[in-house]
Design a binder for this molecule. Structure first.
Ligand code: NAI
Length: 327
């Protein structure tokens, strides 16, 4: 067994938290030989519910769970952590404008970014799941000036996994037969699920699906899957979101498969003409705990227009929260 690592999860008493914590504790995220100490952050009124979750975690007697810290203090929650999954966020209430939503989330992610800056390990890997995930990640990053900006990422992996599953279902392939799918941009309905470089059983995906299905069914289905799940379940996706968060962190920490890539919301460095300084979904490979953008992919006009539209939305979101950035 390795030395334990510390993993912070915010919103730990919520729906995604309940689907996530047991899998992290069981070793699904970092492997069966990597013990973890969970640091769980909640708002004060949710602490009693969180205590119930802690009791259940303990009752599992997981071999890889070496401790649990439950707190409502971000400075305690992020102390010495190696990983932080920021799940807790303010949902959009009735009549709430996007501006109000960004503002309410700024009040959560600015102080959390500062607490991570002040207390986490310098090599911390942060994944923002709470929506609007890309811009919340930008707020946290912008309040952590002492950390490498690349410590902060946002989750588009659920969209990536949804795209794989839709392609597999359509073509009768297995999920493992699908490679090199990309989610560009924002985790919102402007995201662009791109299969121009994807393969199914080693052959180009676009030769195995028709363009009308790709444009008219596949893209909107992936873009609007979150809303479809809310409609069907009466609650937003939780287990699949938790599973995607585990996939994102596992690949970032332990690497991606040879010949494939994953989609991650990461700080743009200007690659593919995207404005630097937004957190944008890119195709990434990971090795030795670092991600790299897959370079040199041909971008046709169809893709360019969609990549630019989702970038525009992210620039607008950024303009709405810039006053929250640390000076
Ligand atoms: P939930 O409402 O069940 O749980 C959220 C939890 O966060 C609550 O227990 C709440 O008390 C806690 N919380 C609120 N403010 C907090 C703070 N300042 N510090 C710590 N905890 C805080 O929501 P659920 O279903 O677990 O979803 C969480 C977030 O994940 C939502 O923003 C949702 O939109 C987002 N989401 C993102 C996805 C993605 O693909 N990026 C997919 C699905 C959901």
């Amino acid at each position: 067994m390795k030395a334990p690592v510390r993993v912070a999860v915010t919103g730990a008493a919520g729906q995604i938290g309940y689907a996530l914590l047991f899998r992290i504790a069981a070793g699904d995220m970092l492997g069966p030989d990597q013990p973890v100490i969970l640091h769980l952050l909640e708002i004060t009124p949710a602490l009693p519910a969180l205590q119930g979750v802690v009791m259940e975690l303990n009752d599992c007697a997981f071999p890889t769970l070496h401790g649990v810290v439950a707190t409502d203090d971000a400075n305690v929650a992020f102390k010495d952590v190696d990983f932080a999954l920021l799940v807790g966020a303010r949902p959009r209430g009735p009549g709430m404008e996007r501006k109000d939503l960004l503002e309410a989330n700024g009040a959560i992610f600015a102080p959390q970014g500062k607490a991570i800056n002040d207390h986490a390990k310098r090599s911390v890997k942060v994944l923002v799941v709470g929506n609007p995930a890309n811009t919340n990640a930008l707020i946290a990053q912008s309040n952590a000036p002492d950390l490498d900006p690349n410590c902060f990422t946002a989750m588009v992996r659920l969209d990536h996994n949804r795209a794989i599953s839709q392609l597999a279902e359509k073509t009768g392939a297995l999920n493992t037969d699908i490679a090199q799918v990309t989610i560009w941009g924002n985790h919102s309905s402007t995201q662009y699920p791109d299969v121009h470089h994807a393969s199914i059983k080693g052959k180009p995906a676009l030769e195995q699906i028709d363009q009308a299905w790709y444009e008219g069914t596949f893209i909107p289905t992936v873009q609007q899957r979150g809303a479809a799940i809310i409609k069907a379940r009466g609650a937003s996706s939780a287990a699949s979101a938790a599973s995607a968060a585990i996939d994102h962190m596992r690949n970032w920490a332990l690497g991606t498969a040879e010949g494939d890539w994953v989609s991650m919301g990461i700080p743009s460095d200007g690659s593919y003409g995207i404005e630097p300084g937004v957190i944008y979904g890119y195709p990434c490979t990971c090795k030795d705990g670092k991600f790299a953008i897959v370079q040199g992919l041909a971008i046709n006009e169809f893709s360019r227009a969609r990549m630019d539209a989702t970038e525009k939305e992210l620039r607008e979101e950024r303009a709405g929260v810039e006053h929250l950035f640390a000076k």
